[in-house]
Design a protein around this ligand. Structure first.
Ligand SMILES: Nc1ncnc2c1ncn2[C@@H]1O[C@H](COP(=O)(O)OP(=O)(O)OP(=O)(O)O)[C@@H](O)[C@H]1O
Ligand SMILES: [Mg+2]
Length: 463
């Protein structure tokens, strides 16, 4: 055990000296004081405090209260007179770590001191770990231990104070919303609005009026003027979710907002200025939309000033246990559930799953498991991972390309025979049908052991 500094507050000089000497011989550093008043200025230096409850002047109980009020966290062992259990109980209620009843043996003193010191150092170690975790693996309430997530936290920290446009990319449920909010929260704009705009599935004209607002009479049904989302976000942040779904016409107007911070309401000639920071998110591949001409290149580059790509959970599995513990803590309180912890074996089960729904799916799984769990600790059997609904991509992956039992090689041979049949054995013609050069076809035919077969009427063959 490391050397600890122990403050001993005892008005009986003889007893105090005996205690001090004994502690010193046990390897501690003892510091004696005859009263609470005398001890108080030195209390902050102590790793542990032993105090008599009956003292001249300030009582031991008052002393403990004072220590607490001053934020002194060293554990306190109280010494009570023989038979005064009530005082000990009161002291324990105030947070004393343990008590000794007079007369006590010096061995017993050592045992109690060592026990309290051990608990104290465990606490300190836990606290240190927790602080380290907080600092390194958490950004606000966003958990991330993987290097990818830590890199993202770093980027968020650097980009938040600026007005730079951020483009968040990642599958559904990876935390794009959370990151967008964190950027806003850490920006000088945090006291202004964070306006989320969902760009999915709004018809073009509705989206325009939603984003830029309209004047009375701008269209049928516009019975009063209305400011748009960008006006609401003035001074703050506009979060454009699913940016890939913005129709072309609106893309032009967004570009203008990004370049000039200007727009007009529908049905108005008045140009308005807004001071808005734009964060956009996409769970689709914007580059593909770009190549297919569905998304303007100039807008893409304006949005992609600071790209943040959030990898799916299956690519940063080391985050799973941390996220799981975080959700158990958070949700077990919300749900008032019995289970408040999770066993290592249950964590292993979570680790093995591939999480197509990412963090959202993990959170839902934990919630379901907590609701249905029977014990205080989530066990593997309590973990209820829902059978995944097949995504379109997954489903198409699972539809066999070839009929069962078929091989690519056999299919190729069938195609080649068919081509030769249709070309009446003319290899040049068959090669054209198959998109092959004549040599490539000849090579394949030799592989099939068909070289020289059915060369009837093919003049090129013989040349
Ligand atoms: N790193 C994380 N730490 C803690 N909670 C997280 C983390 N990532 C995601 N979550 C939680 O998972 C859920 C989904 O996150 P969020 O809504 O931010 O994802 P998203 O990427 O915006 O998803 P979508 O594309 O479906 O809109 C939320 O409940 C969020 O609190
Ligand atoms: Mg989202």
């Amino acid at each position: 055990m490391s050397v600890g500094r122990i403050l001993v507050v005892e008005d009986e000089d003889k007893l105090r000296r005996v205690i001090d000497l004994h502690l010193e011989s046990a390897g501690f550093e003892a510091d004696g004081a005859a009263s609470a008043e005398q001890a108080m200025p030195r209390a902050g230096l102590a790793d542990l405090i032993i105090t008599d409850l009956r003292l001249p002047g300030m009582s031991g109980i008052e002393f403990i209260q004072q220590l607490k009020a001053r934020g002194i966290e060293a554990p306190v062992i109280v010494v009570t007179a023989h038979g005064s259990v009530e005082a000990a109980v009161e002291a324990m209620k105030l947070g004393a770590a343990d008590f000794l009843q007079k007369p006590f043996s010096l061995d017993h003193l050592t045992t109690v001191v060592q026990k309290v010191m051990a608990v104290q150092s465990l606490r300190a170690e836990n606290q240190r770990l927790r602080e380290e975790l907080d600092e390194r693996y958490q950004f606000d309430n966003i958990i991330g231990r993987s290097s990818a997530m830590r890199e993202i936290f770093h980027t968020v920290e650097r980009v938040a104070p600026t007005r730079a446009t951020v483009l968040l990319a990642g599958e559904s449920g990876v935390g794009k919303d959370m990151i967008a909010r964190a950027i806003h929260q850490h920006s000088p704009r945090k006291n202004h609005a964070f306006v989320k705009i969902n760009c999915t599935a709004l018809p073009e004209n509705l989206m325009e009026s939603e984003l830029f607002g309209y004047e009375k009479g701008a269209f049928t049904g516009a019975t009063a003027s209305k400011p748009g989302k960008f006006e609401q976000a003035d001074g703050g942040t506009a979060f454009l979710d699913e940016i890939g779904d913005v129709p072309g016409n609106v893309q032009v107007k967004l570009l203008r907002i990004l370049q000039e911070r200007q727009f007009e309401r529908l049905g108005s000639n008045v140009t308005r200025n807004v001071d808005v920071r734009v964060i956009a998110a996409t769970n689709a591949d914007l580059r593909a939309a770009l190549e297919e001409g569905r998304f303007r290149e100039d807008l893409y580059y304006r949005l992609n000033v600071v790209p943040i790509n959030i990898p799916p959970l299956r690519e940063r599995k080391e985050d799973i246990p941390f996220l799981a513990m975080h959700f158990v803590n958070k949700l077990s309180n919300d749900l008032g559930s019995i289970a408040k912890a999770i066993s290592p074996a249950a964590l292993d089960r979570l680790f093995e799953h591939s999480w197509p729904g990412n963090v959202r799916e993990l959170e839902n799984t934990i919630e379901r498991s907590l609701v249905l769990a029977s014990g205080e600790v989530l066990q593997p059997a309590d973990i209820r991972i829902e059978a995944p609904r097949q995504s379109a991509a997954l489903a198409s992956q699972q539809t066999p390309l070839l009929p069962e039992g078929e091989t690519l090689e056999h299919w190729e041979q069938m195609m080649i025979r068919e081509a030769l049949r249709r070309a009446n054995g003319n290899k040049s013609q068959a090669a054209r049908m198959l998109g092959l050069t004549r040599n490539a076809l000849r090579y394949r035919l030799s592989q099939m052991g068909l070289e020289g077969e059915s060369s009837n009427g093919d003049p090129a063959e013989r040349s």
